[in-house]
Design a protein around this ligand. Structure first.
Ligand code: ZN
Length: 675
């Protein structure tokens, strides 16, 4: 479902030099500096907010209050990601800012990198691999400098905190997905405390009513804990868990409502306020329905506990917020796609029993992000497809967006980084990528979001969670296959979305190259593929590679000791994508857990150590950061002499560390040092 957090960042590494077919990239980028910071495996970029100046002052003020509400949720995601995260953030930030020794020393440099890493991950675990960061400064160095801090900056539980920071065996992984282990007990997130996986499953199975046609998303806004030997839910709401943050968000949303563009939008904001105030998941559904049905407003936003990738059982939502407004020109593309949703559904290679009879209201647009916050900051999705509740999607449709100012920033920042020269097999393919990758990649995202996630149906009585821990991977697989299959369809030419029948080959080549090889750059030697989107891409690529072997569809060619992907038959490759799509949809529709698990385990998880090493070596020479994220622009209210806000201005000057340090101070809501 979902905020497709990581469809794109892997391919951001590909250099793209031409995007002639894109309306939004016109104009001169001049001297806008996209690169902000580079450390560890991360590059921080900035993004532009084109046309902010073309909004009305009222819309700009609305955006402003919504961005404030977004940033105010910062502490919640930190606390959700781990119960010591806020205490560690305070400690490291305080030491960093108070330090008066040699700022060039290895220990201090190590501390600085660690600070940048935890700020990037909203906690002490890598945002993508979920592994705990290993500090390169010593425990003694930290202790020595902690001792110099004022007493009120020294946490009482300092020894515990040192263990959490420095002992690799303490809380090693934020989200553990290893089959056969207690996924709750072995995951370091703070969504559960003192409960086992069996207890969590029993708790929710008892709540779930399988005959309810409109079930709430159980567990979405709760922390499950044991008290007096009883499993209970702590609810995120005003007056509940995270009350300090939520109360402030509610206040800011109330101010935003005063600048709503229309009654529908005001109603959406008020419904969100009601949900935050009550913590009632029925109210969240009411809000989601109002939100998905508001397709007319220019300004839009999400703010809440939305995506559940941070929960090994996929239930609790991580706080996130993205404020945005519609990119009118580029939205034409997605409107054409969703306008033809019915045709795509009825012509898919999927067994008609598993297709939707009627595809309902897949609204789609291209947006400009104005702020990224919570789990969407600094690393961000490039597409959003919400709401997640299946029954709301079926009855009221879903909203699907592509965040084009973000994809554009990725694209601009990747120019000339040497990636194509190193990994793409020949000049001809490279030229194809230069010419068509940007547009086909955008189309891939549109198709994935607008149609892929919205397609297909479950057979009556099938539990939507039947695929359990493999549900996210298989859902992403389904959406990607839908997109890949249709990228090569003549329908796209007929609809005027592509102007060359060969264009799709650019995306096919990139997808296979990434899925079989280059995404391995994001995995440490000896580790498996774990993240759902990466598993999905490897599953697809490894499956079509194997099934196409008899016909030599895809070759892995060796030249001077280097491996290259060579695609010999693009048409057959499309056929294989269609075949696998039909099978994945069957698995989903029938809830065939065993078949889903077997596919994931056979194709998606294991890595060829030799190829892995080769990719890492070749990639290292390019010095490209495998992960990218963004600093936000800064919005400044303009006030009249009575202090009323009359307008809002935007600036792009703020750098990475100054921004996160400012956020920590300015948007502090939750209690600081734990005892
Ligand atoms: Zn997706």
């Amino acid at each position: 479902m979902s905020l497709t957090k990581f469809i794109f960042p892997a391919m951001a590494a590909l250099a793209i030099t031409s995007c002639a077919s894109k309306a939004t990239t016109e104009g001169n980028d001049g001297d806008f500096d996209y690169t902000v910071d580079r450390f560890a495996d991360v590059e921080v970029l900035r993004y532009k907010v084109p046309d902010f100046d073309k909004l009305t002052p009222q819309q700009r003020i609305l955006v402003y209050y919504l961005t404030e509400a977004a940033l105010t949720g910062r502490d919640m995601i930190w606390d959700q990601n781990g119960k010591y995260n806020l205490a560690i953030r305070d400690l490291i930030e305080n030491v960093y800012q108070a330090y008066d020794g040699d700022r060039e020393s290895a220990d201090f440099k190590g501390l600085e990198t660690y600070l940048k890493q935890i700020e990037f991950a909203n906690g002490i675990h890598h945002h993508y691999s979920m592994d705990k960061f290993q500090p390169t400064f010593s425990r003694e160095f930290l202790a020595e400098n902690v001792a110099k801090l004022p007493a009120d900056q020294q946490p009482g539980n300092i020894e515990t905190i040192y263990e959490v920071i420095f002992n690799p065996s303490v809380m090693p992984k934020r989200v553990n997905q290893a089959e056969g282990q207690d996924l709750i007990a072995t995951s370091a997130n703070n969504l559960y405390d003192g409960v086992s996986q069996a207890e969590v499953e029993n708790f929710y199975n008892a709540l779930k009513d399988t005959t309810d046609a409109t079930p709430v998303s159980w567990g979405l806004n709760t922390r499950l804990v044991k008290e007096d030997d009883k499993v209970i839910e702590q609810t995120y709401k005003a007056g509940g868990l995270y009350s300090e943050s939520i109360t402030k968000i509610v206040d800011l949303l109330g101010k935003a409502a005063g600048y709503a563009e229309n009654d529908t939008q005001r109603d959406v904001i008020n419904k969100l306020i009601k949900y935050y105030t009550t913590g009632d998941l029925k109210e969240f559904d009411n809000y989601s329905i109002a939100w998905v049905e508001d397709t007319k407003s220019r300004v839009d936003f999400i703010n809440g506990f939305i995506e559940s990738y941070g929960d090994p059982l996929g239930m609790t939502g991580a706080f996130e917020s993205i404020v945005n407004f519609k990119n009118e020109d580029a939205s034409h593309r997605t409107e054409v796609i969703s306008g033809n949703a019915e045709w795509f559904e009825q012509n898919s290679p999927v067994d008609p029993r598993f297709r939707k009879d009627k595809v309902k209201g897949v609204s789609a647009k291209v947006i400009t992000a104005a702020i990224l916050a919570g789990d969407a900051y600094p690393a961000t999705p490039i597409g959003i497809n919400l709401p997640n509740a299946n029954w709301i999607r079926a009855a009221h449709g879903s909203k699907s967006v592509t965040i084009e100012n973000i994809t554009q920033a990725y694209d601009e920042a990747s120019h000339g980084n040497g990636f194509n020269e190193e990994f793409v097999i020949d000049k001809e393919t490279s030229d194809l990528l230069d010419k068509y990758l940007f547009i086909t990649d955008n189309l891939h995202t549109d198709l994935h979001e607008c149609l892929g996630h919205a397609s297909g149906r479950l057979l009556p009585g099938v539990d939507p969670d039947a695929l359990k821990a493999h549900g996210s991977t298989l859902e992403e697989t389904r959406a990607d296959l839908f997109a890949l299959y249709y990228l090569a369809d003549p329908k796209l030419l007929e609809l005027g979305l592509l102007d060359n029948p060969e264009a799709y080959k650019a995306e096919y080549y990139k997808f296979i190259l990434n899925g079989l090889m280059t995404q391995l750059m994001r995995i440490e030697p000896g580790k498996d593929v774990e993240e759902a989107h990466m598993r999905n891409r490897q599953l697809i690529s490894a499956w079509v590679y194997e099934k196409g072997k008899a016909d030599n569809v895809i070759e892995m060619v060796k030249r001077d000791g280097k491996t290259y992907i060579k695609i010999n038959d693009y048409e057959k490759l499309r056929g294989l994508f269609g075949e696998l799509l039909a099978e994945i949809q069957r698995i989903k529709s029938e809830g065939d857990y065993e078949a889903g698990r077997d596919l994931v385990e056979k194709y998606a998880v294991k890595v060829d150590p030799d190829l892995h090493k080769e990719v890492l070596d070749r990639y290292a020479k390019l010095n490209i950061a495998p992960y990218k994220g963004f600093v936000n622009p800064v919005y400044t209210p303009v006030t009249d002499k009575n202090g009323n806000i009359t307008d809002v201005t935007i600036s792009y000057e703020e750098d990475y560390l100054p921004q996160v340090l400012r956020y920590s101070k300015q948007y502090r809501t939750l209690p600081s040092l734990t005892k």
